[in-house]
Design a protein around this ligand. Sequence first.
Ligand code: B12
Length: 227
Amino acid sequence: MADGGASVNGRTVELRNAVEAALAARDKPTAVRVAVEAVSGRRVAVAELYRDVLHPILVDVGARWQAGERRVWEEHLTAATVRTIVELVYPEVLRLKATAKSSGRSVLLACPPQEAHDLGLRMVADRFEMAGWTAYFLGADTPPDELVDAARELDVDAVALSSSTHYHRLAVRHLVDELKLRLPGVNVWVGGPAFAHDREGWTEDELVDLDVLLDDGGERPGGAAGE
Ligand code: B12
Protein backbone atom coordinates (compact mmCIF):
# COMPACT_ATOMS: atom_id res chain seq x y z
CA MET A 1 0.00 0.00 0.00
CA ALA A 2 1.22 3.49 -0.76
CA ASP A 3 2.63 5.36 2.21
CA GLY A 4 3.26 8.78 0.69
CA GLY A 5 4.02 10.72 -2.47
CA ALA A 6 7.79 10.29 -2.36
CA SER A 7 7.74 6.50 -2.22
CA VAL A 8 5.05 6.33 -4.91
CA ASN A 9 7.32 8.47 -7.06
CA GLY A 10 10.27 6.21 -6.26
CA ARG A 11 8.26 3.22 -7.41
CA THR A 12 7.35 4.84 -10.73
CA VAL A 13 10.98 5.84 -11.36
CA GLU A 14 12.05 2.29 -10.62
CA LEU A 15 9.36 0.91 -12.91
CA ARG A 16 10.23 3.28 -15.73
CA ASN A 17 13.88 2.21 -15.49
CA ALA A 18 12.90 -1.46 -15.56
CA VAL A 19 10.59 -1.06 -18.56
CA GLU A 20 13.18 1.01 -20.45
CA ALA A 21 15.92 -1.55 -19.72
CA ALA A 22 13.71 -4.34 -21.06
CA LEU A 23 12.85 -2.30 -24.16
CA ALA A 24 16.54 -1.60 -24.78
CA ALA A 25 17.17 -5.36 -24.60
CA ARG A 26 14.27 -5.93 -27.07
CA ASP A 27 12.66 -7.95 -24.29
CA LYS A 28 8.94 -7.29 -24.63
CA PRO A 29 7.88 -10.11 -22.25
CA THR A 30 9.87 -8.59 -19.39
CA ALA A 31 8.72 -5.02 -20.16
CA VAL A 32 5.11 -6.17 -20.08
CA ARG A 33 5.51 -8.39 -17.03
CA VAL A 34 7.16 -5.76 -14.78
CA ALA A 35 4.57 -3.14 -15.70
CA VAL A 36 1.55 -5.39 -15.29
CA GLU A 37 2.83 -6.87 -12.04
CA ALA A 38 3.45 -3.40 -10.59
CA VAL A 39 -0.19 -2.53 -11.25
CA SER A 40 -1.77 -5.84 -10.24
CA GLY A 41 0.39 -5.83 -7.07
CA ARG A 42 -0.96 -2.28 -6.36
CA ARG A 43 2.55 -0.81 -6.15
CA VAL A 44 1.81 1.61 -8.99
CA ALA A 45 -1.60 3.01 -9.93
CA VAL A 46 -2.84 2.85 -13.50
CA ALA A 47 -2.87 6.65 -13.73
CA GLU A 48 0.72 6.74 -12.48
CA LEU A 49 1.74 4.05 -14.94
CA TYR A 50 0.33 6.11 -17.78
CA ARG A 51 1.52 9.54 -16.60
CA ASP A 52 4.92 8.78 -15.06
CA VAL A 53 6.07 5.66 -16.90
CA LEU A 54 4.52 5.03 -20.34
CA HIS A 55 3.95 8.64 -21.46
CA PRO A 56 7.57 9.73 -20.81
CA ILE A 57 8.92 6.57 -22.42
CA LEU A 58 6.93 7.32 -25.60
CA VAL A 59 7.92 10.99 -25.67
CA ASP A 60 11.56 10.00 -25.18
CA VAL A 61 11.59 7.47 -28.01
CA GLY A 62 9.96 10.10 -30.27
CA ALA A 63 12.65 12.64 -29.39
CA ARG A 64 15.39 10.09 -30.00
CA TRP A 65 13.84 9.16 -33.33
CA GLN A 66 13.81 12.84 -34.30
CA ALA A 67 17.45 13.15 -33.23
CA GLY A 68 18.37 10.16 -35.39
CA GLU A 69 19.22 8.00 -32.37
CA ARG A 70 16.37 5.52 -32.84
CA ARG A 71 15.07 3.90 -35.99
CA VAL A 72 11.42 4.00 -37.00
CA TRP A 73 10.96 0.31 -36.22
CA GLU A 74 12.31 0.85 -32.71
CA GLU A 75 9.64 3.50 -32.13
CA HIS A 76 7.04 1.09 -33.49
CA LEU A 77 8.31 -1.68 -31.20
CA THR A 78 8.03 0.61 -28.18
CA ALA A 79 4.52 1.71 -29.13
CA ALA A 80 3.43 -1.91 -29.68
CA THR A 81 4.80 -2.94 -26.29
CA VAL A 82 3.06 -0.02 -24.58
CA ARG A 83 -0.22 -0.98 -26.23
CA THR A 84 0.07 -4.52 -24.85
CA ILE A 85 0.68 -3.14 -21.36
CA VAL A 86 -2.29 -0.78 -21.58
CA GLU A 87 -4.65 -3.55 -22.67
CA LEU A 88 -3.39 -5.91 -19.97
CA VAL A 89 -4.04 -3.47 -17.12
CA TYR A 90 -7.69 -3.07 -18.19
CA PRO A 91 -8.93 -5.45 -15.47
CA GLU A 92 -7.47 -3.05 -12.90
CA VAL A 93 -9.25 -0.17 -14.67
CA LEU A 94 -12.51 -2.10 -14.35
CA ARG A 95 -11.83 -2.83 -10.67
CA LEU A 96 -11.39 0.88 -10.00
CA LYS A 97 -14.42 1.73 -12.09
CA ALA A 98 -16.49 -0.62 -9.94
CA THR A 99 -15.38 1.23 -6.81
CA ALA A 100 -15.89 4.72 -8.29
CA LYS A 101 -19.15 6.63 -8.01
CA SER A 102 -20.88 6.39 -11.39
CA SER A 103 -20.97 9.74 -13.17
CA GLY A 104 -23.96 8.57 -15.19
CA ARG A 105 -22.28 10.03 -18.24
CA SER A 106 -20.68 8.58 -21.36
CA VAL A 107 -18.00 9.64 -23.82
CA LEU A 108 -17.02 8.53 -27.29
CA LEU A 109 -13.28 8.77 -27.97
CA ALA A 110 -11.81 8.81 -31.46
CA CYS A 111 -9.03 10.20 -33.61
CA PRO A 112 -9.95 12.37 -36.61
CA PRO A 113 -9.21 11.23 -40.16
CA GLN A 114 -5.49 10.70 -40.87
CA GLU A 115 -4.60 10.66 -37.20
CA ALA A 116 -2.75 7.45 -36.30
CA HIS A 117 -1.70 8.43 -32.77
CA ASP A 118 -4.38 6.81 -30.65
CA LEU A 119 -2.37 5.51 -27.68
CA GLY A 120 -2.72 8.72 -25.67
CA LEU A 121 -6.47 8.76 -26.26
CA ARG A 122 -6.66 5.09 -25.30
CA MET A 123 -5.16 6.06 -21.93
CA VAL A 124 -7.63 8.94 -21.67
CA ALA A 125 -10.47 6.42 -22.18
CA ASP A 126 -9.26 4.54 -19.10
CA ARG A 127 -9.08 7.78 -17.11
CA PHE A 128 -12.77 8.34 -17.88
CA GLU A 129 -13.67 4.78 -16.90
CA MET A 130 -11.76 5.00 -13.61
CA ALA A 131 -13.70 8.19 -12.86
CA GLY A 132 -17.01 6.35 -13.27
CA TRP A 133 -17.81 7.21 -16.88
CA THR A 134 -18.81 4.85 -19.67
CA ALA A 135 -16.15 5.19 -22.37
CA TYR A 136 -16.41 4.01 -25.97
CA PHE A 137 -12.99 4.05 -27.64
CA LEU A 138 -12.96 3.90 -31.46
CA GLY A 139 -9.23 4.52 -32.01
CA ALA A 140 -7.32 5.95 -34.96
CA ASP A 141 -8.42 7.56 -38.23
CA THR A 142 -12.19 7.64 -37.74
CA PRO A 143 -14.41 8.96 -40.59
CA PRO A 144 -16.73 11.80 -39.46
CA ASP A 145 -19.89 9.98 -40.60
CA GLU A 146 -18.93 6.99 -38.43
CA LEU A 147 -18.30 9.29 -35.48
CA VAL A 148 -21.74 10.85 -35.83
CA ASP A 149 -23.43 7.48 -36.29
CA ALA A 150 -21.70 6.04 -33.22
CA ALA A 151 -22.43 9.10 -31.07
CA ARG A 152 -26.14 8.91 -31.95
CA GLU A 153 -26.46 5.15 -31.55
CA LEU A 154 -24.56 5.09 -28.24
CA ASP A 155 -26.34 8.25 -27.08
CA VAL A 156 -23.17 9.72 -25.59
CA ASP A 157 -22.88 12.94 -23.62
CA ALA A 158 -19.54 13.86 -25.16
CA VAL A 159 -17.15 13.20 -28.01
CA ALA A 160 -13.40 13.44 -27.27
CA LEU A 161 -11.00 13.90 -30.16
CA SER A 162 -7.21 13.66 -30.10
CA SER A 163 -4.74 15.35 -32.42
CA SER A 164 -0.97 14.92 -32.39
CA THR A 165 0.22 17.75 -34.59
CA HIS A 166 -0.54 21.44 -35.04
CA TYR A 167 -0.67 20.81 -38.81
CA HIS A 168 -4.07 19.15 -38.18
CA ARG A 169 -5.56 21.96 -36.11
CA LEU A 170 -7.52 23.55 -38.95
CA ALA A 171 -8.99 20.22 -40.04
CA VAL A 172 -9.90 19.44 -36.42
CA ARG A 173 -11.54 22.89 -36.12
CA HIS A 174 -13.75 22.10 -39.13
CA LEU A 175 -14.54 18.65 -37.74
CA VAL A 176 -15.53 20.02 -34.33
CA ASP A 177 -17.80 22.61 -35.96
CA GLU A 178 -19.40 19.90 -38.09
CA LEU A 179 -19.93 17.60 -35.09
CA LYS A 180 -21.54 20.38 -33.07
CA LEU A 181 -24.01 21.00 -35.86
CA ARG A 182 -24.82 17.34 -36.39
CA LEU A 183 -24.83 16.38 -32.69
CA PRO A 184 -26.74 19.12 -30.86
CA GLY A 185 -26.45 18.89 -27.07
CA VAL A 186 -23.31 16.72 -27.23
CA ASN A 187 -20.09 18.17 -25.81
CA VAL A 188 -17.19 18.04 -28.25
CA TRP A 189 -13.74 18.06 -26.63
CA VAL A 190 -10.26 18.13 -28.10
CA GLY A 191 -6.85 17.37 -26.64
CA GLY A 192 -3.40 16.09 -27.45
CA PRO A 193 -0.02 17.53 -28.45
CA ALA A 194 -1.57 19.63 -31.28
CA PHE A 195 -2.87 22.01 -28.61
CA ALA A 196 -0.02 21.84 -26.12
CA HIS A 197 1.53 25.24 -26.82
CA ASP A 198 -1.32 27.38 -28.06
CA ARG A 199 -5.01 27.62 -27.09
CA GLU A 200 -5.87 30.21 -29.75
CA GLY A 201 -9.05 29.40 -31.67
CA TRP A 202 -10.44 27.07 -28.99
CA THR A 203 -12.82 27.73 -26.14
CA GLU A 204 -12.45 26.34 -22.62
CA ASP A 205 -15.46 24.12 -23.30
CA GLU A 206 -13.64 22.54 -26.23
CA LEU A 207 -10.01 22.34 -25.14
CA VAL A 208 -10.60 20.72 -21.78
CA ASP A 209 -8.26 19.94 -18.89
CA LEU A 210 -8.86 16.31 -17.96
CA ASP A 211 -7.83 16.75 -14.31
CA VAL A 212 -10.39 19.54 -13.91
CA LEU A 213 -13.08 17.76 -15.91
CA LEU A 214 -12.81 14.47 -14.04
CA ASP A 215 -11.87 16.02 -10.73
CA ASP A 216 -10.65 12.59 -9.63
CA GLY A 217 -7.91 13.94 -7.37
CA GLY A 218 -5.36 11.62 -8.96
CA GLU A 219 -5.75 7.91 -8.64
CA ARG A 220 -3.41 6.13 -6.23
CA PRO A 221 -2.57 2.46 -5.56
CA GLY A 222 -5.47 0.81 -3.80
CA GLY A 223 -7.88 3.25 -5.40
CA ALA A 224 -7.75 5.95 -2.72
CA ALA A 225 -6.65 9.46 -3.68
CA GLY A 226 -3.77 11.08 -1.83
CA GLU A 227 -2.80 8.07 0.27
C1 B12 B 1 4.08 6.28 -30.85
C2 B12 B 1 4.21 7.31 -31.95
C3 B12 B 1 3.77 6.96 -33.21
C4 B12 B 1 3.02 5.67 -33.49
C5 B12 B 1 1.56 5.85 -33.01
C6 B12 B 1 1.05 4.61 -32.36
C7 B12 B 1 -0.34 4.83 -31.85
N1 B12 B 1 -1.19 3.95 -32.28
O1 B12 B 1 -0.63 5.74 -31.10
C8 B12 B 1 3.15 5.56 -35.04
C9 B12 B 1 4.36 4.71 -35.36
C10 B12 B 1 1.94 5.03 -35.77
C11 B12 B 1 3.46 7.01 -35.43
C12 B12 B 1 3.30 7.50 -36.71
C13 B12 B 1 3.71 8.78 -37.09
N2 B12 B 1 4.30 9.71 -36.30
CO1 B12 B 1 4.48 9.53 -34.38
N3 B12 B 1 4.92 9.50 -32.60
C14 B12 B 1 4.76 8.59 -31.69
C15 B12 B 1 5.35 9.09 -30.35
C16 B12 B 1 6.73 8.45 -30.19
C17 B12 B 1 4.54 8.83 -29.12
C18 B12 B 1 3.08 9.32 -29.19
C19 B12 B 1 2.42 8.93 -27.90
O2 B12 B 1 1.81 7.88 -27.80
N4 B12 B 1 2.67 9.72 -26.84
C20 B12 B 1 2.26 9.36 -25.51
C21 B12 B 1 0.82 9.72 -25.23
C22 B12 B 1 0.40 9.14 -23.88
O3 B12 B 1 0.75 11.12 -25.13
P1 B12 B 1 -0.26 12.04 -25.93
O4 B12 B 1 -0.57 11.46 -27.26
O5 B12 B 1 0.26 13.41 -25.86
O6 B12 B 1 -1.62 11.93 -25.08
C23 B12 B 1 -1.71 12.46 -23.77
C24 B12 B 1 -2.17 13.91 -23.72
O7 B12 B 1 -1.84 14.67 -24.87
C25 B12 B 1 -3.65 13.81 -23.49
N5 B12 B 1 -4.56 13.70 -24.62
C26 B12 B 1 -4.39 13.14 -25.84
N6 B12 B 1 -5.50 13.21 -26.54
C27 B12 B 1 -6.44 13.82 -25.81
C28 B12 B 1 -7.78 14.15 -26.07
C29 B12 B 1 -8.52 14.81 -25.09
C30 B12 B 1 -9.95 15.17 -25.36
C31 B12 B 1 -7.92 15.12 -23.84
C32 B12 B 1 -8.70 15.82 -22.79
C33 B12 B 1 -6.58 14.79 -23.57
C34 B12 B 1 -5.86 14.14 -24.57
O8 B12 B 1 -3.79 12.66 -22.72
C35 B12 B 1 -2.80 11.70 -23.07
C36 B12 B 1 -2.36 11.04 -21.79
O9 B12 B 1 -1.77 11.97 -20.93
C37 B12 B 1 5.43 10.63 -30.61
C38 B12 B 1 6.46 11.36 -29.75
C39 B12 B 1 5.81 12.34 -28.79
N7 B12 B 1 6.54 13.36 -28.42
O10 B12 B 1 4.67 12.18 -28.37
C40 B12 B 1 5.63 10.67 -32.12
C41 B12 B 1 5.18 11.89 -32.90
C42 B12 B 1 3.84 12.40 -32.39
N8 B12 B 1 5.04 11.35 -34.26
C43 B12 B 1 5.43 12.16 -35.17
C44 B12 B 1 5.40 11.90 -36.56
C45 B12 B 1 6.06 12.93 -37.47
C46 B12 B 1 4.78 10.73 -37.06
C47 B12 B 1 4.64 10.36 -38.53
C48 B12 B 1 4.25 11.48 -39.49
C49 B12 B 1 5.93 9.69 -38.94
C50 B12 B 1 6.03 9.22 -40.35
N9 B12 B 1 6.83 9.92 -41.08
O11 B12 B 1 5.40 8.24 -40.67
C51 B12 B 1 3.52 9.28 -38.46
C52 B12 B 1 2.14 9.97 -38.61
C53 B12 B 1 1.05 8.99 -38.81
C54 B12 B 1 -0.28 9.72 -38.79
N10 B12 B 1 -0.93 9.81 -39.94
O12 B12 B 1 -0.76 10.18 -37.77
C55 B12 B 1 5.94 13.46 -34.58
C56 B12 B 1 4.94 14.62 -34.74
C57 B12 B 1 5.69 15.91 -35.01
C58 B12 B 1 4.75 17.06 -35.18
N11 B12 B 1 4.81 18.02 -34.26
O13 B12 B 1 3.99 17.12 -36.08
C59 B12 B 1 6.24 13.04 -33.09
C60 B12 B 1 6.10 14.18 -32.06
C61 B12 B 1 7.68 12.48 -33.08
C62 B12 B 1 8.72 13.56 -33.21
N12 B12 B 1 9.48 13.82 -32.19
O14 B12 B 1 8.88 14.15 -34.23
N13 B12 B 1 3.90 7.70 -34.35
